[in-house]
Design a protein around this ligand. Structure first.
Ligand code: ZN
Length: 165
């Protein structure tokens, strides 16, 4: 089982996962050697503190500041953290216009199940994911481990599936 698989299974609460496109890594090959290659870039799973510095170094943004901004908008993030669906994208299926809406980087962490908090958190371990689009938009998604298709924003949707429960 890879570190990414373990992270996605909710077994690495002390780590963070970072997705970065190849373009973001071109300037410094160091990060890519630590990561796992996915379709459009690399995903790294690293210790939380290291991950936050790596994120800041790789993107020029403070991860906490970025998460706060991304939290204001919801959008689907791939469950393997390899991409997402920008809420600003054109839904008419025009591929050319959609070309500028690739996720450039994603920052994710997971939380242990917490029955006291209730809601989503009582159901199981939660993965939080924050994405930055090539168009400049930021958006977020979160889902329960083991309920990836029942919680969080589903592909093609803009609101979390668990919001109307
Ligand atoms: Zn976009």
């Amino acid at each position: 089982m890879s570190k990414l698989d373990e992270f996605l299974a909710g077994d690495r609460h002390d780590d963070v996962a970072l997705f970065l496109t190849h373009e973001y890594l071109d300037s410094d090959g160091k990060l890519s050697r630590l990561g796992e290659e996915v379709e459009d870039g690399y995903v790294l799973v690293v210790d939380g503190d290291d991950g936050r510095s790596a994120f800041a170094a790789g993107t020029g943004m403070d991860p906490m500041e970025f998460s706060r901004t991304a939290m204001e908008e919801t959008g689907h993030v791939d469950r393997d953290l390899g991409g997402g669906e920008c809420p600003e994208r054109d839904d008419d299926g025009d591929e050319d216009e959609d070309g500028d809406h690739r996720a450039e980087f994603i920052f994710a962490f997971s939380e242990a199940q917490n029955e006291e908090v209730g809601g989503l958190y009582a159901r199981g371990e939660v993965v939080h994911a924050y994405a930055h689009c090539a168009c400049g938009a930021n958006y977020s998604d979160k889902w329960v481990v083991g309920e990836e298709t029942e919680t969080g924003v589903q592909p093609g949707d803009s609101d979390p599936a668990h919001a109307n429960e």
